[in-house]
Write a protein that binds this ligand. Structure first.
Ligand code: MOS
Length: 706
């Protein structure tokens, strides 16, 4: 046994269960005499259902129930307000009104999945369609300040922006656009519901068990205690399972009505509209700096899509407030209500797309001033949070930049873009910095020790592929001075102690603190001679005022080498390095997996990924994994992540900072900047698909007007 178990690259303790199929995802769950529900979705983007004919579907083989807005049971009304938007009522089939293309309009339940799928095609829906507003640029005239921001205010202003811009010897004024993205984790949302009297049990793929339980209970107008929600294994979340969707509510409603278990699974295509997505953005960044690179002004103004039915703001300029020193600053957020599905958080909400803009603008400024992009960032390192005026908890950004530059061989970068050739390939190097807010929430854990000194940890936390099971076992083993094999971790049941769940990169900080606290209390009891033998302790751990007194973030620096095929415009990543400051690393193996996963998504954001809206109907046209491109193995060569040693005692007792969303921040901008270094033309419209690159290389004037 190593001296410390925390900090060791321990294999996932749930790994064997996952690779042998013993781990049961919601869609894998079985029940006695189940029925299967299939959702029918709208084929218009805005309007009203005038008629819904379910007769043929009802008479189809095996069908036991067809539900529409005409016969759906009463549910609580949807409301936009509420502290926790993931715990709100999510009524389904509640009205004839259509808010977006692909909205559920009916549920067909049959004895088998195949029968339900066949009968779902027989539901005939007639609509009164209305002209919808589907395009961000077109809807921009309706932009308004968001009514609520999750982190800070919509706008921030320091000093005098116009004066700061005028004072600069060099200026950048550039507009960047980022597309819609779909979370589409490997596991689709799936729910299996059954009732025992007025008690609902539901297996459901949820990141936030407590919010999901409350959301279902609120929708059905029943006490939360009457809902037992189980989410033991989650096949990826990325923010797409922060809320629950029609599969959960409709399975619960149908199971109650049929007095029989009902399973509902979203199809891959339905995942593009029935769940949420990352909003597209238009971001204007203005920078000004003196000859030596000292920033005199930073402005970052964001316009993003919001659904007309439910507001969501993509907080893309929030991290800009903490990133670089400058006396004159402005950030703004505006949302545009469109008739599209509801937008919500996706891995590093705000920060991921915000840094695609800011970090490319910094690169543009570096070239304009002829200052090394790494050096430009170091010269603008702030001594304290530039807008909040409080100290940073820990901030090793400069160390990330310097370590990365050295390890990557940054000095080999061609100083003049478009000059390094390798046969038909144009080769370039680019870099970008990364910042991600560090969060923590109250969390509780229960631990029990039996007579054999075996320990069981229970909490309603989830493991969405991140490694939560493993790091909780590490913390419990080390705190109780036991080998890790003595620890069993049980997660994902709503009856276990409340945690904030998996989201916002706050899981490890929040929940490990609770596990440690509960284990310390258990230890006291054992040391007092009360065990072993069914001794147990439960504890809650809460963040103190250190989150007000200190500006808390994790940091990174990305370096990328790309090669552009000068004939086809294809961009290939050749190698990539990220160096990160995430405080103390609890498990370098699972943390590395999170970081390189994020980096790969950054590559995807720069080069591959976009959900395309059909401007006529408001549908995501490429709504499958054939048309919606994500990188495959052949797209991703050597990607490495280095984690700097650190300990942030302002974050939590374990010293860790959030790691899950850090890797994607800035990563795509490093690739974008490498593309510029390779071909000498700026593309500001993500992703850089071959058509855009081709027009850049062959007809540079066209691309530069973008
Ligand atoms: Mo994260 S986008 O808060 O799951």
């Amino acid at each position: 046994m190593p001296d410390t178990i925390i900090g060791q690259p321990i294999d996932r303790i749930d790994g064997k269960a996952k690779v042998t199929g013993a781990a049961r995802y919601s869609g894998d769950r079985r029940a006695e005499h189940p029925a299967f529900g299939v959702i029918v979705t709208s084929t218009i983007g805005r309007g009203t259902i005038t008629k819904i004919d379910i007769k043929a579907a009802e008479q189809a083989p095996g069908v036991v129930l067809v539900m529409s807005h005409e016969n759906a049971p009463a549910q609580a009304p949807f409301k936009q307000e509420g502290e926790d938007r993931h715990a709100r009522p999510k009524p389904q089939l509640a009205e004839a009104r259509i808010h977006y293309h692909g909205e559920p309009v009916a549920l067909v339940v049959a004895d088998t999945f195949e029968q339900a799928t066949a009968a779902a095609r027989l539901v005939e829906v007639s609509y009164q369609a209305e002209a919808g507003l589907y395009e961000l640029r077109e809807g921009r005239r309706l932009a308004y300040p968001p009514s609520k921001m999750p982190n800070g205010k919509a706008d921030s202003k320091v000093g005098d922006l116009e004066r700061g811009l005028a004072e600069g010897a060099a200026r950048i004024d550039a507009t960047y656009t980022t597309p819609y993205q779909s979370h589409n984790p490997m596991e689709p949302p799936a729910s299996l519901a059954f009732w025992s009297g007025d008690q609902l049990t539901i297996y459901c793929s949820a990141q936030l068990v407590d919010s999901a339980q409350k959301s279902i209970a609120a929708t059905l107008n029943i006490p939360a205690d009457n809902v037992e929600l189980v989410s033991e294994f989650v096949g990826g979340g990325f923010g797409g399972k922060l809320s629950i969707y029609g599969d959960a509510i409709l399975a619960a409603l149908a199971a109650r009505q049929l007095k029989r278990p009902v399973k509902v699974t979203l199809t891959r295509q339905q995942m593009f509209s029935v769940t949420t997505h990352r909003a597209s953005t238009i971001q204007r960044v203005r920078l000004a700096a003196s000859r030596d690179g000292t920033l005199t002004a930073i402005a970052h103004e964001v316009v993003s899509q919001s659904a007309r039915m439910d507001e969501y703001v993509e907080t893309a300029a929030v991290s800009t407030r903490a990133m670089y020193a400058a006396p004159n600053r402005l950030t703004t957020h505006r949302v545009v209500p469109l008739d599209l599905p509801v937008a919500d958080s996706m891995r590093a909400p705000g920060d991921a797309v915000g840094q695609l803009a800011l970090e490319q603008a910094m690169d543009e400024l570096a070239y304009k001033l002829d200052i090394d992009p790494v050096e430009l960032r170091i010269r603008n390192e702030p001594t304290q949070d530039p807008e909040k005026g409080v100290p940073f908890s820990t901030r090793a950004l400069v160390a990330c930049l310097q370590t990365g530059a050295e390890k990557f061989g940054w000095e080999q970068r061609p100083r003049v873009p478009g000059t390094l050739k390798d046969g038909q390939w144009l080769v370039g190097l680019g870099m970008a910095a990364a910042i991600r807010v560090n969060l923590r929430r109250p969390a509780a854990a229960k631990v029990r020790m039996d007579e054999d000194r075996r320990v069981t940890v229970e909490m309603d936390m989830t493991d969405i592929g991140t490694g939560s099971y493993t790091i909780f076992a590490q913390v419990a083993a080390e705190t109780l001075d036991l080998p890790i094999e003595s620890v069993t971790v049980k997660l994902g049941h709503s009856s276990y102690p409340d945690t904030p769940g998996s989201g916002g990169s706050f899981g490890a900080a929040s929940c490990c603190s609770a596990v440690q606290q509960a284990c310390l209390e258990l230890r006291k009891k054992v040391d007092a001679g009360r065990g072993p033998g069914n001794v147990q302790a439960e504890a809650t751990s809460e963040p103190g005022d250190a989150f007000k007194k200190f500006s808390q973030h994790s940091y990174g620096a990305h370096f990328a080498e790309v090669a552009i095929d000068s004939t086809t415009g294809e961009v290939r990543l050749r190698r990539m390095l990220g160096v990160f400051d995430a405080g103390r690393i609890l498990n370098p193996k699972t943390a590395r997996s999170q970081l390189i996963g994020g980096m790969i998504w950054g590559v995807s954001s720069a080069l591959h990924e976009q959900a395309v809206v059909d401007p006529r109907y408001g549908s995501f046209v490429n709504h499958d994994l054939a048309g919606y491109h994500v990188p495959v193995h052949a797209d991703i060569p050597a990607v490495e992540a280095i984690m700097l040693a650190g300990f942030d005692d302002k974050s939590n007792p374990l010293g860790s900072k959030g790691v899950g969303e850090l890797g994607i921040c800035g990563a795509g901008a490093a690739v974008a900047n490498a593309v510029y270094n390779a071909c000498g033309v700026r593309v500001r419209d993500y992703p850089f698909t071959p058509d855009k690159i081709l027009s850049s290389i062959l007809r540079p004037n066209v691309a530069q007007r973008r």
